[in-house]
Design a binder for this molecule. Structure first.
Ligand SMILES: [Zn+2]
Length: 85
């Protein structure tokens, strides 16, 4: 599983970066990222009442942004010894 991307405290760009291998995943994850931002108290504005932050949706957004740039290398197509479905 790829590590979340580090944007240095900045918001990820809306348009996929040049090294993006999956622009659709980037755009979906970027939208999810925008929808699940912390409020002034640190909890997600969309998932109140929440148990943890980042909420599950934000975790998926971070994962999606990372996968769009650095695809997972140990997916089912690799784990099944090269068989393609
Ligand atoms: Zn949320």
């Amino acid at each position: 599983m790829p590590e979340p991307l580090d944007f240095g405290g900045q918001t990820p760009p809306i348009d996929p970066p040049a090294d993006c291998v999956s622009p659709l995943i980037w755009r979906l994850a970027r939208r999810l990222y925008a929808d699940h931002q912390p409020g002034p108290d640190g909890w997600c504005l969309n998932c109140r009442p929440a148990i943890v932050y980042p909420c599950v949706a934000r975790q998926l957004a971070d994962f999606g942004l990372a996968v769009a740039v650095r695809p997972a290398t140990a997916g089912p197509h690799v784990a099944n010894k090269g068989h393609h479905w």
